[in-house]
Design a protein. Structure first.
Length: 636
């Protein structure tokens, strides 16, 4: 075997195709340890550079986020500072009991001009001494807890010594790397003043400034509980001014208001400071005497009030005397409920008015019985209208020149199934007070006209029928229209109906009365002034009233024979009527002596028991058909 083997070139010989004269390039050898190490180092460096670049980018992002976060924190802090400075609530922070921060609202709340006036001072000195417990109760462990409960009401102290009402809460916070307490207070002074003003309006009379009914009853209820525990006594005085309506009607409501304020001031001076004077409305006042000293004290105070009220006062430049009627109820004698005591004093007051006004009455159980009877009567009257229980009786009116029946007065009677025949004097005043009199008066007019129509249709000789007109009915705007409707409904001549008007009725509003009288006169209705001499007529108005008769009240007729003064009054009325061209009719004529004197003085007509009592319809129809005439022989 030679140096060269068929399987390859000899060792060291150049490879085929190699350039002559150059040695053959060696084949790629496997990486050495050093080269591999170098490669790994380069790769690690590259990886580190990549990681560094990545971390650099992350750090840059972090720095950017931190800068944004710092900016956000700074903006938030700026907003917070602005909010704290502009918020209307007062905020102050204290640590170790010393104030270390205050916002402008806190400076204003405490009356400070610069923070140095309060910084470093004791925080609790800013809370009113009697409100310290409330402040402690309003301090919570954190703000979130504080928001869950209502703020505590308390008062804080201003540096000038004044006090301000606030709603308050406080919370423990971390401030300037230390534990502190932040207090927040909302000034509610104006709101409280507004609330008090509204409460005052709701509980006090705006005209006089006195407590109203609601506040009075509340105070009375509390006084009753206190008196019951202590064994004390109480008194309630109900006061109603006498004839206050006349002041309003004649001098005007402004003067009436002035009088009410005067009365309020007078009543305050008549009682003790801790007693309560209240106005219930209109001209009604009430007083609570808290624990009067003995049984006679309420009466003595009532006398003092009566004397004080009766002193002359100047109203509209003129001197006037105002009096009051008073009713008194006592605790525990008359009851233990506020409403009952007030009602009982009211009942006693009305009894004082019935007794002549300008005085006082203590409540008695008899008054309650009378009131209950009155309420029963009022309810019965209402049912009587609904059930048609009223009837008319008629009393003849006699012409003293001929003795003939020339008219009838329709007199109302109530035939109650429960009470029997109720006298008019018993139920008419109740009807007037309960405002049923207008409805009853309408019924009377309708019934009288219906009866006249029936008599005419059955051939009964008819004469004019007089019906009494109550004050409320006369003042009702529908009276004239109602009269026209009734006359048309029954096809009656107006001359068959006469209205009897009371003297006091026609004088309540003379001008309005005169106008209405003229309209009634134009319809053809005759009119008379009833009970003349018992009212307060102004003769200058009387001559303007288009009436036909003056009716002499039976109180004067009754004393004609034995009382010279009554004879003088009757004579004067007859002469006055004749001088005005009016006829006169005397009611209540029961004896021959009365008849003779009346005829001697020229009285034109009479009615009374001397000729006939009031008769039911059947009796009066028989009289009219018989044509009976009164015997005038006794006058010769």
């Amino acid at each position: 075997m030679t140096q060269y083997d068929t399987g390859g070139a000899p060792s060291g010989a150049p490879l085929a195709g190699a350039a002559p004269g150059f040695p053959m390039a060696p084949q790629a050898a496997a990486p050495t340890v050093a080269s591999r190490s170098l490669l790994r180092e380069r790769a690690a460096r590259k990886e580190a550079e990549t990681l560094l670049e990545k971390k650099s980018r992350e750090l840059y992002d972090i720095n950017q986020n931190l800068r944004q976060l710092n900016t956000h924190i700074e903006e938030s802090e700026a907003r917070y500072r602005t909010l704290v400075e502009l918020i209307p609530d007062a905020i102050w922070i204290h640590a170790d009991g010393k104030i270390i921060f205050m916002n402008p609202a806190a400076l204003h709340l405490f009356g400070a001009h610069v923070p140095d006036q309060l910084l470093g001072t004791e925080a609790m000195q800013r809370i009113a001494a009697d409100c310290l417990e409330q402040a402690e109760a309003g301090t919570y462990s954190d703000i979130a807890m504080a928001q869950l409960v209502p703020r505590k009401p308390l008062r804080v102290m201003r540096i000038d010594g004044g006090q301000v009402e606030v709603e308050f809460f406080a919370s423990h916070i971390w401030f300037n790397n230390a534990n502190a307490v932040m207090s927040v207070a909302h000034d509610v002074t104006e709101r409280r003043l507004h609330e008090k003003a509204i409460e005052h309006q709701a509980t006090h009379d705006q005209l006089t400034g006195l407590p109203n009914r609601a506040l009075f009853l509340d105070r009375l209820a509390h006084a009753i509980k206190r008196a019951d525990r202590r064994g004390d006594r109480l008194a309630v005085i109900f006061i109603d001014l006498d004839k206050f309506k006349q002041v309003n009607d004649t001098l005007g409501h402004a003067v009436g208001d002035e009088l009410l304020r005067m009365v309020a001031d007078t009543l305050r001076t008549c009682v003790r400071e801790f007693d309560t004077v209240a106005r219930l409305g209109g001209d009604e006042f009430v007083i609570l005497l808290d624990n009067p000293l003995g049984d006679t004290t309420p009466g003595m105070i009532a006398e003092r009030i009566g004397t004080s009220l009766a002193k002359p006062v100047m109203l509209a430049g003129q001197e006037h005397v105002i009096t009051g009627s008073m009713g008194l109820s006592l605790f525990p004698d008359d009851g233990s409920q506020a409403e009952n005591l007030l009602r009982q004093a009211d009942i006693a007051m009305y009894r004082a008015k019935e007794a002549g006004r300008n005085g006082f009455q203590f409540f008695t159980q008899e008054m309650q019985y009378r009131l209950d009877a009155r309420v029963t009567l009022e309810q019965g009257l209402l049912r009587a209208l609904q059930r048609d229980e009223f009837v008319l009786h008629y009393q003849p009116q006699i012409d003293l020149a001929s003795g003939r029946v020339i008219g009838l007065e329709a007199l109302l009677r109530w035939q109650s199934p429960e009470l029997g025949l109720v006298p008019p004097m018993q139920f008419i005043p109740v009807a007037e007070e309960s405002n049923l009199i207008t409805a009853i008066g309408t019924w009377v007019l309708e019934k009288a006209c219906a009866t006249l129509r029936k008599w005419m249709d059955t051939g009964v000789p008819v004469v004019p029928v007089a019906v009494n007109v109550a004050a409320s009915q006369f003042a009702h705007h529908g009276l004239e229209a109602m009269l026209r409707d009734v006359l048309a409904k029954y096809e009656l001549e107006p001359s068959l109906v006469e209205f009897e008007l009371t003297e006091s009725l026609s004088m309540e509003d003379p001008e309005a009365s005169i106008a209405l009288m003229h309209r009634l006169k134009a319809i053809g209705i005759a009119m008379s002034i009833d009970d003349f001499g018992t009212g307060y007529s102004n003769l200058s108005y009387l001559k303007r009233f288009p009436v036909d008769k003056l009716k002499i009240d039976q109180s004067f007729t009754r004393g004609l024979v034995n009382d010279a003064e009554d004879r003088s009054i009757v004579t004067a009325v007859i002469r006055l009527a004749h001088s005005l061209g009016l006829r006169t009719i005397a009611e209540g004529v029961e004896a021959e002596g009365q008849l003779r004197l009346l005829a001697a003085q020229g009285c034109d007509e009479i009615q009374g028991y001397y000729f006939s009592r009031p008769l039911p319809e059947a009796g009066i129809v028989a009289m009219l058909k018989s044509g009976v005439v009164m015997d005038l022989g006794v006058l010769r």
